[in-house]
Write a protein that binds this ligand. Structure first.
Ligand code: NIG
Ligand code: FE
Length: 438
């Protein structure tokens, strides 16, 4: 099956083309779910029937009936010898890679709306957590939820993200905190990918909080994570990454190191919730372990930034949590830039600190609160986020060989996506070459 997207302004994110890799009158040829060719119309289609010039910026939108067949097998020089093909007229819209949300906690039971209300009335996130609320309240609800409830509610949230342009998302465990529920969460995450047609990467976040049954026995809990949970999750192929929460209300550096090393030894990519509410040396620990990313990083020191730069560890900024928790300390963005630390942006979608189900909103918040540029947030929500998930050249870019995950936007230019909030101008979304009906 071949699909030709034409009459598009491309945001390829191809570093070889600089900036956002823009191609003003571009074409993407998709073959069997992967990008086959991409570039200017004149180069890709030449003087074939489909290569005729057209006014970019006029014509029908791609929203309805994009994909009506033009020509047919053998009728065009650019057509395949055999099989179906179709043309999508992008009508001068902007075609980018599907957005990549590289940090979410989308699978959970229950609601924390009541805690949100309490925080509005003055209680702090950390106080609520210390009082048995926070993450532990979601743990109780998640343990009670059935597999189907976890899949059903998570799929609804994933679909909301897709409506904001997301085709690849990471989902963490961490609300089970017992072996059975953690594995159920990871299986639910996998099924959400199958049900929605989105690509889901899964991360084992066993060391998220100390569950009540292990109160007073921190090392007992960590042994369970290291000796039971990680091996079982790896043997069942349920996770691609391992994560931990390094914070005074969660686990210290030594505890996180032990868990992350155990995951790494079994082939999992390392991530770390680092320096969100205080400087716990998270940037340096992530770097020491060769982590793909340190996430949150509001309090990361300059030493930590330097270590991350040397190790090639990316910073994943999570402005939703910063925004909802009313934080004031911003991540050391200038130092990340100066040292060349790659910066990604994600929703951190979760029921407590970041009830955010839109990547463009997260991107907009990153611009407003953290001072990222339009170019930085687009790259941080596509190519760099894909790299954080180990999907280099596979997601977050429009280059030959990548999976055909495409988002078609009705906007004047890339700034529009982060300028207005509340109405992502998405006209069409394709995952692995298949159009998603959202
Ligand atoms: O990334 N920081 C730790 N974990 C989540 C919050 C989880 C929760 O409050 O439920 C986060 O913000
Ligand atoms: Fe998180």
């Amino acid at each position: 099956m071949v699909t030709i997207f034409r009459n598009a302004r491309l945001l390829t994110m191809d570093p070889a083309l600089g900036s956002l890799g823009e191609v003003p009158d571009g074409v993407v040829v998709v073959r069997d779910g992967r990008i086959d060719r991409v570039g200017p119309r004149t180069e890709v289609l030449g003087d074939s029937v489909l290569g005729g010039s057209e006014d970019v910026g006029s014509g029908d939108t791609g929203r309805d009936d994009a994909g009506s067949g033009v020509g047919g097998p053998g009728e065009s020089e650019s057509g395949p010898e055999h099989g179906d093909w179709e043309v999508v007229d992008c009508a001068g819209g902007w075609l980018s890679p599907g957005l990549v949300d590289c940090h979410t906690h989308l699978v959970f039971g229950g609601s924390r709306a009541d805690e949100f209300r309490r925080r509005l009335e003055g209680e702090s996130y950390a106080d609520i957590a210390r009082g048995g609320g926070g993450i532990l309240s979601t743990v109780r609800s998640t343990r009670e939820a059935s597999d189907e409830e976890l899949v059903e509610s998570g799929a609804l949230r994933a679909t909301a993200l897709a409506r904001s342009g997301v085709t690849t998302l990471e989902i963490k465990s961490g609300y089970g905190l017992d072996v059975d529920t953690e594995l159920r969460m990871l299986r639910a995450a996998r099924r959400i990918g199958e049900r929605t047609g989105l690509r889901v990467r899964t991360t084992l976040l066993g060391a998220h909080a100390l569950p009540p049954e292990f109160a007073g026995d921190r090392s007992g809990f960590l042994r369970t994570v290291i000796d039971e949970l990680i091996p079982l999750a790896v043997d069942e192929g349920l996770a691609t990454g391992v994560d931990a929460f390094l914070e005074s209300i969660a686990f210290d550096a030594e505890e996180c190191r032990a868990v992350l090393q155990a995951g790494r030894d079994r082939g999992l990519a390392v991530r770390l919730h680092a320096d969100q509410l205080s400087d716990g040396g998270g940037g340096a620990l992530a770097a020491e372990l060769g982590a793909r990313s340190a996430d949150h990083v509001e309090y990361t020191s300059l030493e930590g930034v330097g270590a991350m730069a040397k190790a090639g560890t990316a910073a994943v900024l999570l402005p939703g949590a910063f925004h909802y928790l009313g934080e004031s300390r911003v991540p050391p963005v200038a130092a990340f830039r100066q040292e060349g630390v790659p910066i990604a942006v994600a929703t951190d979608a979760n029921p407590g600190s970041s009830p955010v189900l839109s990547m463009p909103e997260a991107m907009s918040l990153a611009c407003i609160h953290f001072g990222l540029t339009v170019e930085e947030v687009w790259l941080g929500a596509t190519r760099i986020a894909a790299d954080v998930l180990g999907l280099e050249g596979e997601a977050g870019v429009l280059v030959p060989g990548a999976r055909a995950d495409l988002a078609l936007w009705d906007m004047e230019g890339p700034t529009d996506l982060v300028y207005w909030r509340g109405n992502a101008p998405l006209q069409g979304l394709w995952s692995g070459g298949r159009r998603l009906r959202l």
